[in-house]
Design a protein around this ligand. Sequence first.
Ligand code: SF4
Length: 156
Amino acid sequence: MPDVRSEALTASIARRVVDVCGTAALAIDEAEGRSTLSLDYGKCTGCGQCIEAGEGAFIAAGRVACGVGRQALVSRWDIEGGSEIVGEEAVLTVAAREIRAIVGGALNIRQVDGGSCNGCEAEIGALTNPYYDLERFGIHFVRLPSTRICCWLPGL
Ligand code: SF4
């Protein structure tokens, strides 16, 4: 299995290894003005093509750390910054990419309240605050234009 010497990683090397990887275990993500290289050990067959093409930036791994869950098999590196992206940030970056792959550029959600204690609305509001910042993943809660709002009450 390969490992990456992040200090030797360049944009041209990253593009080359992505091209030679026959299983798409390697991918470049250009989201949010930042280029990251991901290596999905769940897809990697250990063929060694990236080590051959990687000009020393790719080496044989002494050991591969595996945590719990599918996402734990994905490692990420900041190509320009020359560093590995670790922990929660890596999980969030993967989540953003997967969401964009499903919904495209953005997902707009209209939440309809059929009569509640407003606990749900409080939680939704919290998702958009600066701490959770849901919009960084391209997920937006939106309102309908007022001309399209209708009301239907069964039995009335
Ligand atoms: S070892 Fe082969 S399959 Fe694994 S990342 Fe490198 S090129 Fe892709």
